[in-house]
Design a protein around this ligand. Structure first.
Ligand code: DGY
Length: 318
């Protein structure tokens, strides 16, 4: 008898093939975020759940799932899961670290380059038949070489972003709460205080998990310390940045621009954000490459099978 799995969303085909072979699906997933009622119905008889960052797996959901033994989150961040409630019920929680590091770091750089060189504005100019030919003063951006990239949080993704900065001849500053030595430590990366990082960075990019102490870490006070020529990038979690304060800073010219992949209330955006041409807006694509999404799905399946077979979950977070 194959175990019952609640799968919140359809995954790429190679992952679906493995899932169909290994499990009985307790719901037939449709590609839209499930409602609270759909989640409750889905987990009711399930021994395992694979969910995405959109599904809130809170105490109410967990108490509706008496047979549930494991939740595999299809993301590295797991702020959508009430980990304490899971622990209390003996439910193991896993995530997908490492496999999405390069994809997320690459996307962070896509945003850095897009805001620095006004890629999206320029594309629109051409598409809208506004381009009348080469001009010495058209769509001027800023150089990256010699500029300072400030990284908040020096975990796997923060370090992968920092490594890529060498190719663009940028200086790297970072701030991290962790006391762990960096692996590998790069002698040219300089650790500074949070305030110094804000004051000195030309491009500022958080790569930290969302937790109560990182919620609105970049708030109005922080934004007021950033140079008016600097750009804010966010491919981590939306609520790390106070979006209303960000819109105010951009409108008032206290910040040169922003490249955002994540938002406080996805898929909604703070009023005014869409209207700002100096902002590049992506629909939460950090890990969205075919190879990465397949690896993430396979990792979820491995974790679920390990738990159901009584083995240690390779990517257990709680
Ligand atoms: C993550 O893993 O946290 C990403 O945001 C998913 O795309």
């Amino acid at each position: 008898m194959r175990p019952k799995l609640y799968l919140a969303r359809p995954f790429p085909d190679p992952v679906m093939a493995v899932i169909q072979e290994q499990f009985q699906l307790t719901v037939s997933p449709a590609d839209h975020p499930p409602s609270a009622a759909e989640i409750l119905a889905g987990v009711r008889d399930a021994q395992a759940a694979i969910c995405t960052l959109n599904e809130r797996m809170d105490a109410g959901v967990l108490s509706a799932a008496p047979a549930l033994r494991v939740i595999a989150n299809y993301a590295v961040g797991y702020n959508n899961i009430d980990v304490e409630a899971a622990k209390a019920r003996g439910i193991i929680v896993t995530n997908t670290p490492d496999v999405l590091t390069n994809a997320t770091a690459d996307l962070t750089w896509a945003l850095i380059l897009a805001v620095a060189r006004r890629v999206v504005e320029s594309d629109q100019l051409v598409r809208q038949h506004q381009w009348t030919g080469w001009s010495p003063t058209q769509m001027l951006g800023v150089d990256l070489a010699g500029k300072t990239l400030g990284i908040i949080g020096m975990g796997r993704i923060g370090q992968a972003v920092a490594r890529r900065a060498a190719g663009f001849e940028m200086n790297v500053l970072y701030w991290t709460r962790s006391e762990r030595p960096l692996q590998p430590a790069n002698p040219s990366w300089q650790r500074v205080s949070f305030e110094e990082l804000l004051r000195r960075s030309d491009f500022l990019s958080p790569h930290i998990p969302l937790a109560p102490d990182t919620h609105h870490l970049i708030n109005d006070a922080a934004l007021r310390l950033i140079k008016p020529t600097a750009f804010l990038i966010n491919a981590a979690r939306g609520p790390v940045v106070d979006e209303a304060a960000l819109v105010a800073a951009l409108r008032e010219g206290r910040l040169a621009g922003a490249g955002l992949d994540v938002y406080e209330k996805e898929p909604e955006l703070q009023l005014g954000l869409r209207e700002l041409p100096q902002v590049v807006l992506l629909p939460h694509l950090g890990s969205a490459t075919a190879e990465t999404r397949i690896r993430m799905g396979m990792m979820c399946v491995e974790n679920v099978l390990a738990v159901l077979e009584g083995k240690p979950a390779p990517n257990r977070v709680a």
